[in-house]
Design a protein around this ligand. Structure first.
Ligand code: THG
Length: 265
């Protein structure tokens, strides 16, 4: 399972502060500890900062790649200009992921050429002009339309990750089930699946328990990648145990290694 570390997000106050103060050491530390905990990509979101997202994402990427020469970055922005700048500034030896497009035509038309040129992976939210779908079938229908569109321009579905968008079970108790049902349907189209987990527990106490249990269920459903905090011990334990249970950890080698390293809960 591909892990995208979520901690460098300007919705977190500490990150907003660090970007505002140009605290390079803090940003590098946030990336390093996520990489050490197993993140393959580091998600970077600068939308809630000074008001100049382009300048801020430029600074964050410069700082990260100057200390971590082979870092892979997920550019978390719907903003064409921020994505364009991030791609231009990125010189590290890893790869890029663009987070994200939707079924909205204008956004695909502008961002898809950037992804193709940068040979980046691409996250597509299963969302259209009508908003977020309720059912698994609607999620798969939107994914199929996006897939047809990106294939037409020669984008390799191997590099496409659909996010079926999880919604809070506190207000919509049927939504986690619809999400989970959509995973195999989308994978059958020939693309990958990804999601952020924290929305599932919105409005509930002890959110980490809900998030990590949901991750286990999503692993069983076949989720290929997740945007999460890899330094969260419960989440990490749940991920490693689930992968062993579904047979994606040969001889439970990663599980045993994590146990010996003391990183399981
Ligand atoms: N799908 C895609 N991209 C996404 C999301 C998604 N990007 C943003 C988000 N969702 C995933 N990233 C984060 C980053 C930080 C936090 C949650 C999700 C976070 N949450 C704590 C909370 O909500 O209480 C705050 C903890 C803290 O402040 O330290 O930090 O779904 N494609």
């Amino acid at each position: 399972m591909l892990i995208v570390g979520e901690r460098i997000n300007s919705t977190r106050e500490k990150i907003q502060e660090a970007i505002g103060k140009r605290d390079a050491a803090f940003i590098v530390k946030e990336a390093s500890k996520q990489l050490a905990a197993g993140a393959a990509f580091i998600d970077v979101n600068c939308a809630m900062t000074s008001g100049d997202e382009v300048k801020d994402i430029d600074w964050v990427l410069s700082v990260l790649q100057s200390e971590l020469a082979d870092i892979s970055i997920s550019i978390d922005s719907p903003n064409y200009h921020a994505i364009d700048r991030a791609i231009k500034i990125y010189k590290a030896k890893g790869s890029l992921m663009i987070n994200s497009i939707t079924a909205e035509g204008s956004r695909i038309d502008s961002i898809l050429p950037l992804a193709l040129k940068a040979k980046a992976k691409l996250i597509a939210l299963t969302m259209d002009d009508k908003g977020m779908p309720d059912t698994a079938e609607d999620r798969a229908r939107i994914a199929s339309a996006i897939l047809d569109r990106v294939k037409k321009d020669g984008f390799d579905p191997k590099n496409l990750y659909f996010d079926p968008l999880i919604r809070p079970i506190s207000t919509e108790p049927e939504q986690a089930r619809e999400f989970l049902r959509s995973i195999p349907m989308i994978k059958d189209l020939g693309a990958n699946t990804i999601c952020g987990l924290s929305n599932v527990s919105f409005g509930l106490p002890n959110r980490k328990l809900i998030n990590s249990t949901f991750l286990a269920m999503a692993v069983y459903a076949g989720l290929d990648a997740a945007i999460l905090d890899p330094t969260d011990k419960l989440m990490n334990s749940s991920r490693i145990a689930s992968l062993a249970i579904v047979g994606e950890d040969g001889y439970c080698a990663d599980y045993i290694k994590a146990f010996r390293a003391g990183s399981l809960i």
